[in-house]
Every structure is written in C-alpha cells, then in structure tokens.
Design a protein around this ligand. Sequence first.
Ligand code: ASP
Ligand code: MG
Length: 434
Amino acid sequence: MLLVQKYGGTSVGTLERIRACARRCLETRANGHDLVVVVSAMSGETNRLITLANELLGPREQPQIGGPYVVSEGGSDRDYQRELDQLVSTGEKVSASLVAMAIQRLGGAAISLVGHQLGMQTDRVFTNARVTAVDRGRLHAELAAGKIVVCAGFQGLDPEGNITTLGRGGSDTSAVALAAALGADACEILTDVDGVYTTDPRIEPRARKVDRITYEEMIELASLGAKVLQIRSVEFAMKHCVPVHVRSSLNNREGTWIVPEATPPPSDSAAQLRNLEAPVVRGVALDRNEAKVTLTNIPDVPGSVATIFGALARDGIVVDMIIQNASREGATDVTFTVPEADIERSVEQLRTLELGRDTQILTDRAICKISIVGVGMRTHAGVAARAFEVLARANINIQMVSTSEIKVSVVVDERHGDLAVRSLHEGFALHEGP
Ligand code: ASP
Ligand code: MG
C-alpha cells in the first residue's frame, strides 16, 4: 500500500514529538507500506513569522496578513504577499528536514522536499493559492529508491516560479493533493484529537467520535471540522475520491474515516441494509460568528432584493441565510445573516442604497446558528419538524430557518446556543451511536 501521512503542528511541535513522528513513520514502513509524509510547521511557527512581518510593516501598510487573507492584483500589496509566502513557507521547510533527519538517525532512509522540489504547482494567488497539478517524477523516483519522502506542506510554486502558500491550515490540502496525484490508498491526517465528533465535546460531554462521515457531511459541519481539517482539503478529497483518515498521532486507535457516500447497487441487499442504518443526523454544529440584519419596509418591486445583495456581493460580503416576508401594502421585510466581522461594512453598504423612504436597517449580533447535518435526511421525512419540536420543548425560540437536502439550520438567541446543541444532540440520540 501507498500511504500519505500528514503530521500537524503539534505533532511536530518539539524535538521529542519529531522523534515520535519518525518512529511512527518507520513503523508504517515496517508494515510494508510506501510512505509519503507531509508536515506542518512546528506549532506556533507560522503565527510567529506572520507577526514578524506585521511588526516590520507596521499597521498602516500592513497587507492584511494573518487575518483573512486579502489579495489585490498588482501594486505593493501583491509584492508584500509574495514576500510573505517566501517567509512563511520556511516553517514547513524546517520541520520537514528535522523529521527526515530524525528518521535517518533511527536508521531509516528518508529525504525531505519542499514544495517546488516535489512538483507542487499552484495558481498565482499568493497566501491562498490553489493546487493546479503535481509533477510526480521526483516523488516516484525517491519512493522507488525505497525512501520515506518527507514533504513540506502548505506550499507550492506558481507558473512564474514564485513560492505560494495554500491558506491557513493548507498542509491538509497538500497531503490530499499528493494522495490524489499518487493514487495513494489513504491519506492519514495525524493530529492531536482522535477524530471528528458528533458535536463540540466542550459543549456536550457526551459527544461521540464518529467512525465514518461522508465528504459532504464533513464540509457542512465545517464549524466542527475546521479545527480538525482545512475544508478545502475535504473538497479536494471529494473531487478525487481520496479516502481520508483523521486520527491521533499519540495512539494507534482508528479515528474517523471521511469517505464517499455509500451507494450500493440495488441488488446488494446487505449493503442496502447497512446504508439504511446511516444515521439521519450525523452531527450538530454551532456557529457563533454570524450576525443578523433586517431591512424593514423595503418596496416590494422587482429589483429590490437584487440591489441589496448585489451591493453586499460587490463588497465581498458572504451572505448566508436569507428570508423575505410576505408583502403587505407593497412593502416587505428582508432578514439575512452575515459574518459578524462584516456587519459594519454591510450596514455601510446598505446605507448607500436608495431603498424605500420608510426602510430601517436593524442589526443583531447576539445570535448564533445551529445546524444538524446528515446524508440520511435525504430519505427521511420530518427531520426539521422533529428538530423544531426538540427546540420548543427546551423553550428555545427560533428566529430563522434554512434547509438543504442534508442540513437543517436555525438561528437562535446567542444565550441559547449551548442548550440548543445539547437538546438536539439528545433529541436525535447522537450519544448512543449507530
Ligand atoms: N503552517 C500553516 C498554518 O499554520 C499550514 C498548516 O499548518 O497546515 O496555517
Ligand atoms: Mg491544521
């Protein structure tokens, strides 16, 4: 078998951890597998480098690095961002060479490669590049020579030969991209948690580790999973059908497999039975970082809504839930949610619009969004109704609702977020397991 194993920042955070990582690599090799290892920077290192750059540049010229990455084509921002990628990519270079050395020290054969040496090609978007192709020649050669190939994650090379990085948490995407390119049997993400949970265990101590989850569920549960995996890596895995195994680097227990949705052929009744057992709800996610905007009394004429959301979109504001009320006397109300960090910008944009004379802009930051997610919902009626009933019994008022094929989301008062999560977890018996 060919395995790709990715070790996160804490798993290579000290020399002791690096030695443990090297031992695990050698065990994997001793079990007869070919091995490509992808490493993150030692924990804290990427932040340290970004802080250095920010301190050097000072607040005025700071090219918005370290927060959400903003890329402007041309001009000095782009120059800064090029240098930032040069800078932050060194974190992974350090850990890759240390891991390779540690393996050699234990008698194994290993070689470390940085992004351009291992053929990782990307687009030109500094600090948030996308992988476009992997040139596999070098990797194949080193594997054929019997070596463990230790790759610096998070980085690639653009068509002009500049170093790029793949966004925060991007080593996950490096690992999945390599697994896809090499046709690896699995991509293991070795981290400091033992898998993906039904919900945040800090909110619900009875949260359970799930054995398997589909790509789509994992993407929808981003607010749970983002701490475990860069979501872009899951999208990449889904597109290329790479089985991903999230597990602890501290023990050998099975973690959580992220896999395609099982679609057994109609004739396979055993498989069908297993599929029927797919839980209706796989997990509950809580997002505290949304805020609500309501526009009252907007004219109910063609184009109103287009004007509002067009203005927000032009400013790059991502709108999540939207509801529009039934109109009365030619006017209507629209309510929607945006990331809390964008609320001021949203209001500014909305103020520039010529809406109705009586239109008011109301905002509410004290809300949160709770989502229940599961591919089983596709074949089960009444999931939303059941969720509403559970929340009603807990005396929680629902402010907004949205549904998709595999998800039901509600907006509730921020103070009720934890209780809502626990109630839904209990209401769908998620602590009991499949
Ligand atoms: N070192 C990078 C970061 O901290 C990439 C990674 O760890 O995946 O975002
Ligand atoms: Mg990570």
